[in-house]
Design a protein around this ligand. Sequence first.
Ligand code: G6P
Ligand code: ZN
Length: 609
Amino acid sequence: KFVPPGEVTGSHDLTAAVGMGKLCPIIVSTTPIDGQKPGTSGLRKKVKEFMQENYLENFVQSTFDAVKASGTDVTKGSLVIGGDGRYFNDKAIQTIIKMGVANGVKRFWIGQDGLLSTPAVSAVIRERGPGWQSAFGAFILTASHNPGGPDEDFGIKYNGEHGQPAPEKVTDEIYANTCSIKSYKICKDFPTIDVSIPGTTNVKADDGSSEVNVEVISATDNHVELLKSIFDFPAIKALLDRKDFTMVYDTMYGVNGPYAKKVFVEELGQPEEICMNATPMDDFNGGHADPNLTYAKELVAKMGLDRNGMKIDVPAGSKIPDFGAAADGDGDRNMILGKQFFVSPSDSLAVIVANADAIPFFRTQGGLKGVARSMPTSGAVDLVAKDLNYSLFETPTGWKYFGNLMDSKELFGGEDYTPFICGEESFGTGSNHVREKDGIWAVLAWLQILAVANPDATQPLTTVEDIVTAHWRKYGRNYYSRWDFEGVDKVKATAMIDKMRSDAEANTGKTVGKYKIAKADDFTYVDPVDGSVSKNQGIRFLMEDGSRIIFRLSGTAGSGATVRMYIEQYEPEKIDMVASEALGDLIRIALDLCDINGFLGTEEPTVIT
Ligand code: G6P
Ligand code: ZN
């Protein structure tokens, strides 16, 4: 049934409609919906908000329009869709397919059961081919480590042709589009795809003029093949086969379970028990799939630790694994633990960089060249980079800043391929094998380092703690702690940050306790590749002795605001202190400098990592 042009509600697109049958696009009129601005990592809102009429559709159409405007031809190549399996994933996938067809996409790759971890999406985009078929981009359906379920969060983000998160100029355009959108396109008659079975569905226009292929692909194959090409799996297997070595990997009912099983059970021949909570659930079993000492409670207890990362007394004879790791909902984060030993993400990054030659991927490419960390991440990795002569970059929080560095030929003498490792204090670590952080990559990197440190199975085990302690002995220790104040008043929190920004100049040169503030500022980043400037990335108090106090507002907070306070103190020799004690003075000074009590009426953080 055709309606005259101009009347858009539910009408067929007259120019495209004749003879299109199931591929016939319909134009549906809509109006802008407030608040669709993508944050640090895509748009994240409550499921209920996403399920409102036109909410998802407005955002998806705005994304297609921005992607096309940035020069991508969506009619060539494949569009990847997959997510962390949270509630509403299944419905959103079908909507995006139907809208994709209406917007001209001819090929889709959908992760089986709708699942694809965030790093796996990046791997699929980069690795799956050939040529004309390879992917031009992806929709990733995830709210990362935020809780899932009908009353919790859903999220969506777009990644581009190198597997990287959409850059700010694209996300800004998406947002602008959501503010002016009048209609969206959808093929309502396109069949619903059964995503549980691998295989291809071909849908033809009635008149044969056009065809769309939707292929349900293995969620794990491309990523796991890539990991096998990076690490020495036989050496890791030899370590795991040792009678005196046990490990557990807690994937917290998130998407990484199937990847963990494929790697550890299928490829490395280990017992299933290694993989804890490895069946993805749409509400993460009611938990908070965030790999840190507070939320990965079950694993932390199993490893003989408390929520501060301190050893707890365990009954004599209890068997604590030698290695423990956890992942978040979408599989890009990692936490690394030894037997009764917590490795802070900043230290983990520094140790991996210091031992990069243990990993064939770097060794065979002539060695690591570039290293990057986000500004609030501790300077532990800086010491290694300086020692081993790697280029070092300090970026704002957010993985997208790393991609530009990795893809730059200019920064690294015109080479196509730059061996690169980067990481953040927020439990993210990765390399240039993909353009997202990669949880299982970090786990395998540690196992590879352990394997190289333990070449002889008849010798006593060199442990995670041994490796980290030796590292501190060589480089000194950057004591580090992050305090989060979640769910605080946004206006008041912003006022607190504003005050520190305007006082920055006056604070420079002041003495606070035993520290002298060498410089106070609000971090500005100038991208060395394209010269783009990112301002207001966090208040820094840089002390004369190298210690740092940093404040910023989270860019991923669900409701209200989250203040993050980061404390770092470097000790060249005293490496055996308890972190909370080593940092006691500096924490007191930080609380006074920001006057969080005055602004927000509290000095009690909700999470300490
Ligand atoms: C996501 C991003 C990271 C970022 C983290 C915390 O995981 O991918 O790059 O470090 O969120 O961001 P936030 O703004 O909440 O501190
Ligand atoms: Zn994540």
